[in-house]
Design a protein around this ligand. Structure first.
Ligand code: ATP
Ligand code: MG
Length: 486
């Protein structure tokens, strides 16, 4: 990647363009337009509109954060964050299509159709006056003290994330040595790394994610502090961790992020059940996850839509499968066993990361489809193809089959049926061979033969009710014996 390459044609410090900091402590390094590679062309149309309008209205207007960082190393920025000296109220009045959001950080969202540009007023450190608040263990709970651009730079997380592109003259303003770190390919927390990790332990995860994305190193002092403070990640509110999970696995670098999170032993804070399995050594599970993550990255790279439901379904499937198999062996109909397993696994996961229902619903549907795809035949099989989750559930089955030979025949059968003309499908479905799949019980209690020749246990319904009651009391973190789906 861009690590270690020369980003700047040459640097000359000058301070004539920067908007006046209230109390300039350090002179910034200002790199004029002619000496760096970021231009207006790197900035999205909507963000440019906001920057220009702010400038025309006489305000300081800078692009900051990942947008500048990524453009400097030649990556296409994912989103554009803007920093200004205008207050949220001024911004609200200036942009008709805007709204003030947030409690912890008060920000303004300027809305352009489906695109949102985030505009933040320069802020000072949270302890610099009214509007900032730290809670237990030095955590920032409120961060609304407005300040100068310099103060704004110092409260950002990493030096390479604190570079400002000035729309007034296209220069880059650097208060914290971010350009040098960018050239060296290093993520370094600004200020005292231990304090900065305690203030917001999510920075530990951000370092790992962003370093994986840019293929950068993490500065040794930063790394040490991350190790010391990682356990505080466990106290992060589940909705915030879910946001981080989305960024990790939907940003186009899911495979690298996954391995980096594992190397830094942070999976335990994101997917504790999966973490246990991975730590027990599960090479075939890693192979399957790698394939799913690679596929996600490929879809992002080619602009195809992705849903977190699919990947999350993979992360949690080994436990869902194991729980469900256990109940299926006891005679519980498979669909009930899968629902009970899904509820149990999701309730463990939800204590760590939230998963909005719009994702957990489809996840359950993908799981529910698995035994059906494995065994139903005749008209019911063809009906499955009309299900809105068919495509995802079929892809899911194929990936499972890639590490489990017992599923190969099912996956191949579906692959073939989809290539057949409509009229040939019915015959193929009627003649589908009965496969010896992995589930001991029948699919549903009220469907004794479920079109497969697999009979549900006669007392399945009462057995399942007893089991459900027992499961709710079961400690989800308990030892569950063998781990990988085999
Ligand atoms: P990307 O968008 O590629 O994931 P990013 O660095 O732009 O990376 P955002 O979450 O978009 O990440 O944040 C924008 C900027 O806000 C960051 O570059 C950084 O300057 C600042 N920032 C974000 N999160 C924090 C944090 N937890 N602590 C301090 N500053 C932060
Ligand atoms: Mg960003």
């Amino acid at each position: 990647m861009k690590k270690g390459r020369s980003i700047l044609a040459g640097k000359k410090a000058t301070n004539k363009h920067v908007s006046k900091p209230r109390q300039a402590v350090h002179e910034p390094l200002i790199v004029p337009a002619s000496q760096h590679n970021v231009t207006r062309k790197d900035i999205g149309r909507s963000a440019l509109k906001v920057l220009d309008k702010l400038h025309e209205a006489g305000h300081a207007a800078y692009l900051v954060g990942g947008g500048v960082r990524d453009a400097l190393v030649g990556l296409k920025p994912k989103d554009f964050d803007i920093a200004t000296d205008a207050s949220p109220e001024t911004l609200r009045a200036l942009f008709r299509n805007s709204r003030i959001i947030g409690r912890r950080f008060r920000l303004v969202h300027v809305v352009f159709g489906r695109e949102i540009i985030e505009v933040a007023t320069f802020r000072a450190a949270h302890d610099k006056g009214k509007g900032g608040e730290t809670g237990a263990a030095g955590r920032i709970v409120r961060d609304n003290v407005f300040g100068s651009i310099e103060e704004d730079a110092y409260r950002r997380d990493f030096s390479v994330n604190a570079l400002y592109y000035n729309i007034a003259d296209d220069s880059i303003v650097d208060y914290v040595g971010g350009l040098a770190d960018l050239e060296a390919g290093v993520f370094k927390l600004i200020g005292d790394p231990l304090t900065r990790c305690s203030e917001d332990p999510v920075r530990v995860l951000r370092a790992v994610r962003l370093a994986a994305k840019l293929e950068f190193d993490i500065d040794p002092e930063t790394l040490k502090a991350m190790g010391a403070k990682a356990s505080e990640l466990g106290k992060t509110p589940p909705p915030r961790l879910f946001e981080e999970v989305l960024k990790l696995f939907q940003g186009g670098y899911a495979l690298r992020s996954f391995h980096s999170v594992r190397e830094h032993n942070l999976m335990r804070f994101l997917f504790p059940l999966l973490d246990k399995r991975l730590k027990a050594g599960a090479p075939e599970l890693v192979t399957m996850l790698d394939a799913a993550l690679k596929n996600t990255d490929k879809r992002v790279a080619t602009g195809k839509p992705i849903t977190p439901a699919y990947l999350l379904a993979f992360m949690l499937w080994p436990d869902v499968e194991e729980y469900a198999l256990h109940d299926s062996k006891l005679g519980m109909p498979i669909n009930e066993a899968i629902m009970a397993a899904a509820d149990s696994v999701l309730s463990t996961q939800l204590r760590v990361t939230s998963i909005p229902r719009r994702f957990s619903g489809p996840m359950k549907e993908i799981w529910q489809m698995q035994p059906r795809l494995e065994r139903v035949k005749g008209g019911k099989a063809l009906k499955l193809m009309e299900d809105r989750r068919f495509r995802a559930a079929y892809d899911f089955l194929c990936l499972r089959a890639s590490i489990d030979d017992r599923l190969t025949a099912s996956a191949n059968w579906w692959t073939k049926v989809q290539t057949l003309p409509e009229d040939a499908r019915a015959q193929a479905a009627a003649n589908r061979p009965v496969v010896n799949d992995i589930w001991p019980s029948g699919i549903s209690a009220d469907n004794f033969s479920d079109d497969t020749g697999h009979a549900a246990a006669p007392d399945a319904t009462s057995a399942s009710k007893k089991k459900k009651r027992r499961r709710r009391r079961r400690k989800p973190s308990g030892d569950k014996g063998s781990t990988t789906p085999s």
